[in-house]
Design a binder for this molecule. Structure first.
Ligand SMILES: [Zn+2]
Length: 509
């Protein structure tokens, strides 16, 4: 037997071979013999054969109508004649048109916010039967969480797989996504950001709008992206929330926390203007002073303005920083020098005359210097980072310094005749006019100084303004100096731990 034509040809998987292969059965001299009993059958590749001959022709004999199998690769059929060596005819099935892209590997990983994931992303471009298609361009893109994927464009290999894209998670925390796209098809990868810091957000009071809730969820994700270590479990048995003295917050707890519980609400406080928010820890741990229960309450009359201007998320992140301890447990941790205020009783703040309060944490100081901070901003070793000196109790002593000034004027002690210090950083005491309020590595490092385990990769990029930009910022700031809502910072009221709830006495009772 001899193959005459068609052997070695190619066709798309699952389709009929356009020209059927032929063979002859010959005598010893090579003359084709008709009417010999033959049997033709598919022997590999999973195809089907219709109209296969049962006897040979006087010339080339067609094998019949051969539909190739759906898997790309070799398809064979075998012609058998009694007494002769069987004849095998092979053809190749090639992949069809691209019908989808699927994840090949790298899905559902987890890593620190801002860090590269270990396993590269790879995706396969396939036809309708799942055969990989070579030489297809695949675009990789981080689509949620603020990360990036590089390289962003890869070509599929012989198996149809584009691999080797490295995903660096964004600094947003939470669940993040990336997509791989080929032509009109795409697929997505998800990843979770690692954190062992448990933050339990609980809403109280009247129902919060979905956009306000989203801002809270996103802020909580950012906090958890930055504070990543587990802290001690503490019993809240008997903790009476009414002791926090926040409208609408009541109930007695009977549970443990391994992190922090944050009660959040949007409620009427004092109408448009004046107080925008009150926030801080209420119950803190013994010894470490790390907050166990805190509260954030916004004035419902004021938040829509911030939502409309895209600034609400930054404002919520700012308040959540306070609840976790920024500016609210500094004195308790002995990290504040030269405060502008002292408490002479539990509730009455008195000016000390200091216009140069300083945060003395070493980790934050190092980040202040690496953000191009000058000695004036960051201080020499041991003297600390410039803390807000103006404003009412809480604004002063509880934020990075917005601006350098020699005087604080008016009933709110606003800075006058000032030049920018940390300016747009989200943890300064004044809200910017635009949503660009970076959360710096300096702020995140300050949590390390408080005793948390942190991830500096969760920070936004931030540089301390240079003297040249300061002049420009100063003009811009003075233009919106009138828009200065008031924030009420809450200090810890109770210590929990050792099976007890103890009230904190401040000042000289
Ligand atoms: Zn604040």
């Amino acid at each position: 037997m001899q193959s005459v034509s068609g052997a070695g040809s190619t066709a798309t998987v699952g389709t009929v071979l356009a020209t059927a292969p032929t063979f002859t059965v010959t005598d010893a001299s090579g003359n084709a013999l008709a009417n010999i009993t033959v049997s033709v059958a598919v022997t590999s590749g999973g195809g089907t054969l219709v109209g296969a001959p049962t006897r040979s022709s006087a010339g080339p004999t067609s094998v019949g109508t051969w539909t190739l199998g759906t898997t790309a690769g070799t398809n064979t059929l075998t012609v058998t004649v009694s007494g002769l060596t069987p004849l095998t005819i092979s053809v190749t099935g090639t992949p069809g048109a691209a019908a989808r892209i699927v994840v090949a590997s790298g899905n559902t990983q987890s890593g620190l916010a801002g860090a590269q994931l270990t396993a590269p992303l790879s995706a396969a471009v396939q036809d309708q039967f799942g055969n990989g298609i070579a030489n297809q361009q695949v675009t990789f893109l981080a689509t949620a969480g603020g990360g990036s994927v590089a390289p962003g464009l890869l070509t599929t290999n012989a198996s149809g797989v584009a691999s080797g894209a490295i995903w660096r998670l964004g600094n947003r925390g939470g669940t993040q996504t990336a997509t791989a796209t080929a032509g009109s098809f795409s697929t997505s990868f998800s990843a979770t950001t690692q954190s062992s810091y448990l933050l339990d957000l609980r809403y109280f009071g009247s129902a919060m709008s979905p956009e306000a809730q989203t801002a809270f969820t996103n802020a909580a994700n950012r906090i958890r992206a930055a504070i990543v270590g587990q802290i001690s479990t503490v019993s809240l048995q008997g903790a009476d929330l009414a002791g926090c003295r926040i409208n609408g917050l009541t109930g007695t707890l009977a549970e443990n926390t391994q992190g922090i519980i944050i009660y959040a609400s949007v409620a009427p406080i004092d109408g448009v203007g004046k107080i925008l928010a009150q926030a801080g820890p209420c119950f803190v741990r013994q010894t470490s002073v790390l907050p166990a229960v805190g509260v954030i309450q916004f004035d419902e009359a004021d938040i829509q303005n911030y939502i409309n201007t895209g600034r609400f998320e930054s404002v919520v992140l700012h308040e959540m920083n306070h609840v976790v301890g920024f500016g609210t447990i500094w004195e308790d941790k002995n990290l504040l020098r030269n405060p502008a205020y002292i408490l002479v009783s539990d509730t009455i703040p008195t000016l000390t005359g200091s216009l140069d309060p300083r945060f003395t944490g070493a980790s934050a100081l190092a980040q202040c210097l690496s953000a191009s901070g000058t000695a004036t901003h960051c201080g020499a070793a041991g003297s600390g980072i410039a803390v807000e000196q103006c404003g009412t109790y809480g604004t002063a002593d509880g934020h990075w310094r917005e601006s350098f000034t020699s005087t604080c004027g008016g009933s709110n002690r606003a800075p006058t005749n000032f030049t920018a210090a940390f300016d747009s950083e989200v943890m300064t005491g004044y809200i910017e006019g635009t949503p660009n309020m970076p959360w710096s590595a300096m702020s995140i490092a300050s949590f390390q100084d408080l005793g948390y385990t942190v991830n500096l990769l969760a920070a936004d990029s931030y540089s301390v303004p240079s003297l040249m930009t300061m002049a420009r910022l100063r003009a811009a700031q003075e233009a919106d100096a009138g828009d200065r809502p008031v924030e009420r910072l809450l200090r810890p009221r109770f210590i929990v731990g050792g099976g007890r709830v103890q009230a904190i006495k401040r000042g000289n009772p």
